[in-house]
Ligand binder design. Structure first.
Ligand code: APR
Ligand code: MG
Length: 284
């Protein structure tokens, strides 16, 4: 989170449903909590719902109470009978590399193009009656990335019900993790994902890095965020960018504003493509 050390922000935020510590109100009252909500589709940012009602700025005119119920404490999630569980992780590293020798890349964040054409994080379905969440996630990572990456409970960020809009979301609880690695380790993951991973070309069409910079004309993060994501993966990404200070709130604000404009153009493009297809369809 901005103006908060990542360790402090993470420790505090990962308390999830626990009553906030003393002084939390001041923390939540900071204006930085406000900004993404003014520009995003509110239904696409469910991870913000952990903010207790008492600490929500009065400027928030939307009642979050119903959506807040999507959030679960880890123990509560595991106690859910009849629920399926999926674990996904954001792997990232710092880098000094510069694009075109002048644009700092700053951080490498790994996502993937999934079999369903949507962007998401590596991971998948786990069976808590046979394995811990973390062991299940490591197993999924071996299949999708071709390397064993140890994940611990310390990497756990949040658990929540999958949004009703996501495919196969019925009785599905998603657990989200974040793990920081060295740049060389991330590069090794990328190499293995395209060579030895069992799921390469099948459930995983390719790993992608998230561009965190904004170029002249707005290319970069804004364009990336305007793509289509599985479930709440986009909001998990946005939340993590803030939580770990990977992009400044100001830059993210700008990128999200531009993403919405791109979205409008995309709708127009799709409409034009549809009209063209309609003409061809009638010819054959
Ligand atoms: N937020 C919410 N839901 C998500 C997210 C996310 N960030 N990422 C994935 N999901 C949902 C997917 O829609 C899917 O239903 O979690 C479920 C499992 O995640 P996957 O990574 O797709 O699961 P995986 O074990 O890798 O298997 C791939 O094989 O059997 C099929 O349909 C099954 O989607 C599954 C696929
Ligand atoms: Mg998967």
């Amino acid at each position: 989170m901005p103006k908060t050390s990542s360790a402090q922000g993470r420790d505090f935020l990962s308390t999830g449903y626990s009553p906030p510590a003393e002084g939390a109100k001041a923390f939540f009252d900071k204006s930085h909590i406000n900004f993404p909500l003014g520009f995003l589709d509110l239904h696409s940012v469910p991870e913000y719902f952990w903010i207790p009602a008492a600490y929500r700025p009065s400027s928030w005119s939307v009642d979050f109470s119903e959506m807040a119920s999507g959030q679960l404490a880890r123990a509560e999630a595991l106690a859910c009978s009849g629920c399926r569980h999926a674990c996904h992780v954001m792997l990232y590293a710092d880098t000094k590399t510069q694009l075109f020798g002048r644009i700092p890349i700053k951080h490498i964040i790994l996502m993937q193009m999934r079999f369903d054409g949507l962007l998401g994080f590596p991971g998948g379905l786990v069976n808590p009656s046979k394995e811990t969440l973390e062991a299940g996630l490591s197993r999924e990572l071996s299949e999708e990335l071709g390397v064993a990456i140890p994940i611990s409970a310390e990497n756990h960020m949040e658990s929540c019900h999958a949004p009703a809009s996501s495919p196969s979301s019925s009785h599905l609880i998603t657990h989200f993790y974040v793990k920081k690695m060295e740049e060389e380790q991330i590069m090794e993951v990328e190499r293995a994902a395209a060579s030895t991973a069992a799921d390469h070309g099948l459930e995983v069409l390719g790993m992608v890095r998230v561009p965190l910079y904004t170029m002249k004309g707005g290319g970069g993060l804004a364009s990336f965020l305007s793509h289509s994501f599985i479930g709440n993966a986009r909001s998990q990404l946005v939340d993590s960018l803030l939580r770990f200070n990977l992009v400044s709130p100001k830059e993210l604000h700008k990128a999200l504003t531009h993403s919405l404009k791109i979205h409008t153009h995309t709708a127009e493009d799709l409409q034009a493509a549809l009209v063209l297809t309609e003409v061809k369809r009638k010819q054959f």
